[in-house]
Write a protein that binds this ligand. Structure first.
Ligand code: SF4
Length: 560
């Protein structure tokens, strides 16, 4: 019997990855394991560690959570005083073992391991150039490009090679590299993704988020600056600046959603920022209501802020099942509402007969928010008012977050009034861009491209998750055209969409892109062909999972 695998997570955004590194610690692999455990929210598809030991670099990678892949037997085998680790959510290249990181190679300079958080936006052209010069790639990730660039003949010391390599790649990258005698951390010149430096006893530590320091017992020293390379060896730490003229563009979504609430980025704790987002939301979208309910866990902090500002009591209207992990194996077929209930269950006695404000971090497709509103009403809520702690997501992200196209974003295709109607909510309020920036400490210094369309770094035409896949054109034939076109929909962009300040190169449409736009079924199939190799789950973006929800949405809009 075929056992359906459900993904209990919803259509919320997913981050690219988390990285951790340590140098000068007797039990380096153990420290990395705990660091990855704290960073697990940044990627659940694969995990891995590489250590620098007496016999050079050695590593282990596997598909699954850090605790599944990095068993005690594995960690105990990885002996060495320096190590790096990685948890992955794939945004360039398929989710499979060969793309799991750290990538480890032997090359002319010795041995090298790489673990990367973010997306390189000029990966396609760099890979073409490298392949034309004879490079043979082992993976379909953009991260491998760094290795090939490091391997180019250059008669120079390591620090000069690093500067030369990272001046060639563009986009979002917080990277840790390991050689037998050095730990290296690199943050892109715009600083899209966080990377922090800490100390654990005499060891140096690098991590995507400071919450990983807390679990390992490390203390925060400072953030690695945008455009900085830190090289840690037995001689101490060396800092190189290689791209200081770029405008800082920290991903504001790290504050809104991605980073753990207990992580500090640029000196601000995410929970505190999210409470400020909620307070601002209450000022911008007040409503007469009886209770405020958070969508756990991502809406917890903002809901608390909304409640404090509005004076409306906060109550627990949803109970989260904390034993639901990455996947849920059901013994039978279930509908979408049950998939939502697997993770969050409404408490009827709390919401019955009440005017409820639900606070969430963001809306991507809208289908899960629709189910949540629907569950509240079934439980007897008199009114449901939806409040979102960021502006409408109207533009794709090419810097390491998994909404790559307008078709995945309900706010790219519909007005706020239409979305409210789709959600069947009494009111809908999104935080303003100005309000979000103010709550995050004020701009500039942030990337807000998914809200504004103003991309800090121009995107190559070919940039998408499957750009490195050579087999996808064959696989896409297996995806039914009706499924693909149902998910894409055909409604126009909303009239109130903000005007882009700086159009990325990607928006210059070539004949090929126009042909792709004219054939939405084929394009959608191509965008998700890489997901066909996932055998351990039903992904929410897979044709099977998305089609019924998308069909329901299209039907609702047709009935207006
Ligand atoms: S486009 Fe949005 S999600 Fe992507 S880096 Fe910029 S702010 Fe973050």
């Amino acid at each position: 019997m075929e056992i359906p695998l459900l993904h209990p997570h919803d259509d919320t955004p997913h981050d690219a990855c988390g990285v951790f590194g340590i140098y000068g610690h007797a039990r380096a692999a153990e420290a990395v394991f705990f660091g990855l455990f704290a960073l697990q929210h940044r990627g659940q598809e694969s995990a891995g560690i590489c250590v620098a030991g007496a016999h050079g670099l050695a590593g282990h990678t596997g598909m699954g959570l850090a605790s599944e892949v990095l068993t005690p037997a594995v960690v105990n085998r990885l002996d060495g005083a320096a190590a790096i680790g990685h948890v992955r959510y794939s945004t360039t290249g398929s989710s499979n073992l060969k793309n799991a990181q750290p990538l480890i190679v032997d090359y002319a300079r010795g041995q090298l391991a790489v673990a990367h958080n973010g997306n390189l936006v000029n990966a396609y052209s760099l890979r073409k150039e490298l392949e034309a010069g004879g490079s043979i790639f082992q993976t379909t990730t953009d991260s491998e490009i760094v290795i090939h660039l490091m391997a180019r003949p250059l008669n120079a010391p390591l620090d000069e090679v690093l500067v030369s390599v990272f001046r060639r790649v563009r986009g979002a990258f917080s990277i840790v590299l390991l050689t037998p005698d050095a730990l290296i951390g690199v943050r892109d010149p715009h600083g899209f993704r966080p990377l922090s430096l800490g100390r654990l006893d005499d060891a140096y530590v690098l991590a995507s988020e400071t919450s990983a320091f807390d679990l390992t017992g490390a203390t925060f020293v400072r953030d690695v600056a945008p455009g900085e390379i830190v090289i840690i060896t037995n001689n101490g730490i060396q800092s190189l600046k290689y791209g200081t003229d770029a405008t800082p563009s920290l991903c504001i979504f790290e504050y809104v959603y991605f980073a753990r609430p207990d992580s500090r980025i640029d000196g601000r704790t995410c929970h505190v920022v999210r409470k400020a987002l909620g307070r601002q939301l209450a000022k911008e979208y007040p409503v007469e209501a009886d209770i405020v309910v958070a969508v756990p866990d991502s809406g917890n902090s903002a809901a608390l802020g909304y409640s404090e500002q509005s004076g409306i009591p906060l109550d627990i209207g949803y109970i989260r099942n904390h034993y639901v992990g990455r996947t849920f194996i059901s013994p039978c077929q279930v509908d979408r509402d049950m998939k939502v209930r697997v993770k969050l269950n409404v408490v009827p006695d709390v919401v019955r007969g009440k005017r409820v404000v639900i606070v969430d971090d963001s809306i991507v497709r809208g289908t899960t928010t629709f189910s949540r509103v629907s569950e509240l009403k079934k439980a007897g809520a008199k009114e449901v008012h939806v409040r979102i702690g960021c502006p409408p997501l109207r533009f794709p992200c090419f810097y390491g977050i998994d909404f790559h196209s307008h078709d995945q974003l309900i706010a790219a295709r519909h007005t706020i009034a239409e979305i409210q109607q789709f959600l069947c909510a009494e009111s809908l309020g999104y935080l303003s861009l100005e309000g979000m920036l103010a709550a995050c400490g004020g701009g500039p210094g942030f990337c807000c491209a998914c809200f504004t369309g103003a991309y800090p770094v121009a995107i190559e035409e070919q940039a998408n998750k499957t750009m490195m896949e050579r087999a996808h054109k064959i696989i896409q034939k297996d995806v039914p055209a009706s499924v693909a076109s149902a998910e894409l929909g055909s409604a126009p962009a909303p009239a109130d969409a903000p005007v882009a300040e700086a159009k990325p190169a990607r928006q210059k449409r070539t004949a090929k892109a126009k042909a792709k736009a004219a054939a939405p079924a084929a394009a959608a199939a191509a965008d998700r062909t890489d997901r066909t190799d996932r055998t351990d789950r039903t992904d929410p973006a897979s044709p099977a999972a998305a089609a019924p929800a998308a069909a329901a949405m299209d039907e609702l809009f047709t009935l207006q």
